[in-house]
Design a protein around this ligand. Structure first.
Ligand SMILES: [Ca+2]
Length: 739
């Protein structure tokens, strides 16, 4: 599909996918399956049933024996929030603007949590408890907390959420349990509760560091082995929890009515795995157990494929989860979803490629894209001027990374181990994952692989174009498009329309004038508060009851509540605030094509200069930004820099602060310190937090050269943005200053 057609599809969908349309749409199934999702954190397929001899995972091994192992499953993003954002929406974060870690985006109006379609079709949906969708309804709420979920997405999102709480035991359910014990932080944690749990492991369950599998890119030392062994210990703890949840399902007599999924949100929380698009970061286990009575339904063309103990090697992407769930529930898949169902009556033929993206990771910027077929992986480094091993304060706490850095600085690493610390990256990487599963032999320059390289490169750019990848728009610009001047938009209150009224009851329709909003309502009676429900069709309000409603638009503040009782005046209505449709604006402007064109010149050095010069005059600050970055790194010759110095000095007056950061950074690098640092210090006070983050990251890359504005960097230690603070700390540490 061409991008234009795709975008046209999206615009059409905005009107078509009103939740109400789906409420009665469930296809006819004699009995609807329940769904149980057991998810865990930060784990590659390191399970006994996935052929890992070091793992101790009896419960998951049993689940796999009773279910189907999917051995080619990949997330589109190797880190929590963007990964989960794609799962809950069935869309690539790079399309809906949720690709940067913990970014509080405003997704386009057609985007919904897929659970709303399930709820509209009668499912009881619960989340226990992590969300991390990269959109919140209140900037003060942590994006990962259970409370960050939109009110309309779940019947309950909390650490108490459970299928057992559903008001009607016959109501089909979708219950999620997220197990956190395998999270990256537990590799280094000395927290008492965790240590107690670990101490309870038997000798057979405890992992001997001596036997730990050490990938070839890590130094093989006791510290690294200890981290790996600890991670496997937490995997065993996680497996025990899986056993408990499955036992609860059996105790309730629901195992034969419930389709169980087990998966991990991305690869293991070790360096060069989590946060990286290598298989160590994006490849995860998926097990699905399908009770016999649903096998024909789940795999109409060949039910034998999903019988107990099967293995399916089709490529599966995380964005396929949402449409597959809808397919299995008998609900039509909305057209805006980018994934494809791999089970159920709406099952598609298997995909040929999966895709992955790395964008801002906490406080540190990078842009990498990858495409993988069953064998080859093509990686495109869109920031080849930056090193792989940029500091991310949180990840630096992992002992393996500290050890790896130390041995690098002592010159004690071999070539494969040292590569991660290269000062720059190649523009392209190509790996044969069959013969080189750890992806350490880059074939991009091997003449023998040129046809594969070209095929994969073409596919990557095709996908970026088709899906309207917004990753090349610098975050300060994207954030400004989503929320001009940083102001949070608020969803308008729902309107109440009384369709019918008698003395004893009324039928009320609810409508929200804010495009893309969903409505939640509850009915309070006899001093008792009702349950929040997703509005799908007119509701009946009886005499004495109070109808309470509020509207939720992803990425916006929830509306105020409206309340109404029979016989009262209807609540006042309000005019909706404009919410910029940044996605449509970007598509209309054609800027993505121009960005891809300019970024295709990476690595061509001076041959690209005339294109960069043209880019400087582009109406889009994003193109001008990349033109400056291109010039910065393409011109190495001192005399030639003279000509371009004027251009950069002029760019210090660009209306876009993002462009000014790039120009100031380049000028500092070229020796024009005073002018450059003055601009960077000034931008550290900009109101857009991502401008400040860009500025402080530029100062980080300048290293010693940033010393003259040390006071401004010290001041950034108390910046309102925690990410800006982190970079400031990293700089001061590197410059040998106390923090
Ligand atoms: Ca995670």
């Amino acid at each position: 599909m061409k991008r234009r057609e795709f975008v046209k599809g999206l615009v059409g969908m905005a009107m078509f996918c009103e939740i109400a349309e789906w409420s009665d749409a469930a296809m006819q199934l004699p009995e609807r399956p329940n769904f149980l999702w057991i998810t865990c954190e930060d784990m590659s397929p390191t399970l006994g049933c996935f052929g890992d001899p070091y793992a101790v995972t009896p419960n998951l091994d049993r689940l796999a024996a009773e279910g189907v192992r999917f051995i080619n499953v990949f997330t589109h993003s190797p880190v929590c929030a963007p990964s989960r954002s794609g799962v809950i929406t069935g869309m690539y974060p790079t399309t809906i603007g949720t690709h940067n870690m913990r970014c509080q985006a405003v997704p386009p109006p057609f985007v919904r949590c897929f659970t709303e379609y399930l709820r509209a079709a009668g499912y009881y949906c619960t989340n226990n408890a992590k969300t991390d969708y990269n959109f919140v309804h209140d900037p003060k709420i942590s994006t990962a907390s259970a409370a960050a979920a939109p009110l309309t997405a779940w019947d309950e999102s909390s650490p108490k959420a459970h299928w057992r709480n559903r008001p009607d035991p016959n109501q089909p359910f979708f219950a999620v349990f997220n197990i956190e014990v395998t999270h990256e932080s537990r590799i280094r944690s000395q927290e008492e509760g965790l240590l107690r749990q670990l101490a309870k492991l038997t000798d057979k369950e405890r992992h001997d560091p001596e036997k730990a599998p050490v990938p070839p890119y890590f130094p093989d030392t006791p510290v690294v082995r200890r981290d790996i062994a600890r991670h496997y210990d937490t995997v065993t703890l996680m497996d025990k929890r899986v056993g408990e949840i499955l036992r609860e399902l059996e105790e309730d007599g629901l195992a034969e009515n419930t389709i169980v999924w087990f998966w991990s949100d991305h690869g293991v929380g070790l360096p060069r795995a989590k946060r990286w698009v290598y298989d160590s970061g994006i490849r995860v286990p998926l097990i699905i157990r399908i009770p016999e009575k649903f096998r024909q339904w789940a795999c109409p063309d060949d039910p034998e494929r999903v019988k107990p103990g099967s293995v399916i090697d089709d490529l599966i992407a995380f964005v396929d989860f949402a449409p597959t769930m809808l397919s299995l529930a008998g609900i039509p898949i909305p057209k805006h979803m980018q994934g494809r169902a791999f089970l159920g009556p709406q099952k598609s033929p298997p995909r040929q490629f999966v895709y992955a993206a790395r964008d801002r990771m906490d406080e540190t910027y990078d842009i990498i894209r990858a495409v993988r077929d069953k064998r080859f992986k093509y990686i495109r480094n869109f920031a080849p001027h930056l090193p792989y091993a940029q500091e991310i304060e949180y990840a630096e706490e992992t002992p393996t990374l500290q050890e790896w850095r130390r041995l690098n600085s002592e010159g004690k690493l071999n070539d494969v181990q040292r590569f991660f610390f290269s000062p720059t990256k190649p523009v392209e990487e190509l790996y044969d994952t069959q013969t080189d599963p750890h992806e350490t032999r880059n074939l991009a320059n091997d003449p023998q692989y040129q046809p594969i390289l070209e095929k994969m490169r073409t596919e990557l750019f095709r996908w970026m174009k088709e899906t309207g990848d917004v990753g090349l728009i610098p975050e300060p610009e994207l954030a400004e498009m989503m929320r001009p001047n940083g102001k949070w938009q608020k969803t308008a209150k729902p309107h109440l329309i009384v369709l019918e009224q008698t003395e004893n009851n009324a039928t009320v329709e609810l409508r929200c004038p804010t495009e893309g909003a969903s409505i939640a309502y509850r009915i309070d009676a006899d001093g008792k508060q009702g349950r929040w429900q997703l509005y799908t069709k007119p509701v009946t309000v009886h005499k004495g009851e109070t109808l309470i409603a509020k509207a939720c638009r992803l990425g916006c503040l929830d509306s105020d509540e409206v309340a109404w009782r029979l016989g009262e005046q209807l609540p006042t209505t309000e005019t909706p605030e404009p919410i910029p449709d940044w996605r449509a604006e970007i598509d209309r402007s054609g800027v993505l094509e121009r960005l891809l064109a300019i970024k295709q010149l990476d690595g061509q050095g001076k041959a690209a200069l005339s294109a960069y010069e043209k880019g400087l005059k582009d109406e889009s600050p994003s193109v001008r930004y990349w033109a400056i970055v291109g010039i910065h790194h393409a011109v190495e010759d001192h005399t030639e820099r003279e000509k371009w110095r004027e251009v950069l000095l002029e760019a210090l007056n660009d209306p876009s602060p993002t462009v000014r950061v790039a120009a100031a950074h380049a000028l500092c690098d070229w020796g024009e310190l005073e002018k450059g640092l003055t601009v960077l210090a000034e931008l550290l006070r900009h109101q857009n937090e991502f401008v400040r983050l860009y500025a402080i990251n530029a100062l980080r890359h300048l290293g010693e050269k940033a010393r003259p504005i040390l006071p401004a960097i010290e001041k950034a230690l108390s910046d309102p943005s925690g990410y800006v603070q982190r970079v400031a700390r990293t700089i001061l540490k590197r410059l040998g200053e106390q923090t």
